[in-house]
Design a protein around this ligand. Structure first.
Ligand SMILES: *[C@@H]1O[C@H](CO)[C@@H](O)[C@H](O)[C@H]1NC(C)=O
Length: 220
C-alpha cells in the first residue's frame, strides 16, 4: 500500500510543478504583450530618432542640427548636431527635466552634455551649469516630462541671456526645445514651445513631442 501512496504523492507534486511553470510562463508572456502594446502606441505616433538624417541641407559655414523633445514621460528627447546624435535614450545620457548639450561654436566639437531634474532636482546645479558656459559656445536644449517646477526667475534670466524669448512662458509639463549661444546679439530664431493643455494634449497629461531642425552659423 505504502509505495502506491508515495507514487501518487510524487505524481501530484510533478503535476503541480508543471501547472505552476506553465502559468508563470503565460503570465510573463501577457506582461510582455501589454508592455509592447503601450510602447507601440508611442512608436506609431512619433518615430524614435535613430540617426540625424535631416530633410534640409545646410549652406557652407553652418552646422545642421535637429532637436526633438521627449514624448510624455515615456520617450526620451534627442539632440543631434552636425550629423551626430549627442543625446538620446539609446545613448543613455538623457533624463527627465532639461537636457542640455554644449558644443564649441567654432569647431562644432561636443564640450559637455547634462540633464537637470526640474521636478525634484536642485535648481542650484542648473544655475552653476549655465553660469559656467564659456563664450563661443552653442547650447542645445530639449525638455522631457516636466521642464519647469523648480525653475526660478534667475534661471529664466540666464536662458534669456542665451537668446531665449519663450522661457518666461515655460511651465509645468510644457514641451520646450531651444538652441542658444554665448554670446548672442539678438533673440535665437530656434525655439519652440508646446503648452500642456488637457483639452489639446495628445497624451492626456502631456502635449505631443516638438521637433525642429535648422542650420546654425559657425562662429568665426
Ligand atoms: C573652441 O575651439 C577653439 C579651437 O580649438 C578654441 O580656441 C576655443 O577656446 C574653444 N572654445 C570653447 C568655448 O570651447
Amino acid at each position: 500500500m505504502r509505495p502506491t501512496i508515495l507514487l501518487r504523492g510524487a505524481a501530484m507534486l510533478v503535476l503541480s510543478c508543471m501547472i505552476f511553470y506553465i502559468a508563470s510562463k503565460f503570465m510573463t508572456y501577457e506582461e510582455n504583450l501589454n508592455q509592447k502594446k503601450y510602447s507601440q502606441a508611442f512608436a506609431d505616433s512619433k518615430p524614435q530618432v535613430l540617426n540625424c538624417k535631416m530633410e534640409t541641407s545646410c549652406p557652407e559655414g553652418h552646422f545642421p542640427f535637429k532637436i526633438t523633445s521627449g514624448a510624455a514621460n515615456v520617450i526620451g528627447p534627442t539632440i543631434c548636431f552636425n550629423d551626430q546624435v549627442l543625446m538620446s535614450a539609446i545613448k543613455n545620457n538623457v533624463g527627465k527635466g532639461l537636457n542640455i548639450a554644449l558644443v564649441n561654436a567654432t569647431t562644432g566639437k561636443l564640450l559637455e552634455t547634462s540633464f537637470f531634474d526640474m521636478w525634484t532636482g536642485k535648481i542650484e546645479s542648473l544655475l552653476t551649469f549655465l553660469k559656467s558656459i564659456n563664450s563661443g559656445t552653442i547650447l542645445l536644449l530639449a525638455s522631457f516630462d516636466d521642464p519647469a517646477t523648480k525653475m526660478t526667475d534667475e534661471a529664466r534670466g540666464l536662458f534669456t541671456e542665451l537668446g531665449s524669448s519663450l522661457i518666461f512662458s515655460v511651465n509645468f509639463r510644457d514641451n520646450w526645445i531651444f538652441l542658444g549661444a554665448k554670446p548672442i546679439k539678438e533673440k535665437s530664431p530656434f525655439e519652440q514651445i508646446l503648452k500642456n493643455d488637457k483639452k489639446k494634449n495628445k497624451y492626456e497629461n502631456w502635449p505631443e513631442a516638438v521637433e525642429m531642425e535648422g542650420c546654425v552659423p559657425r562662429r568665426i
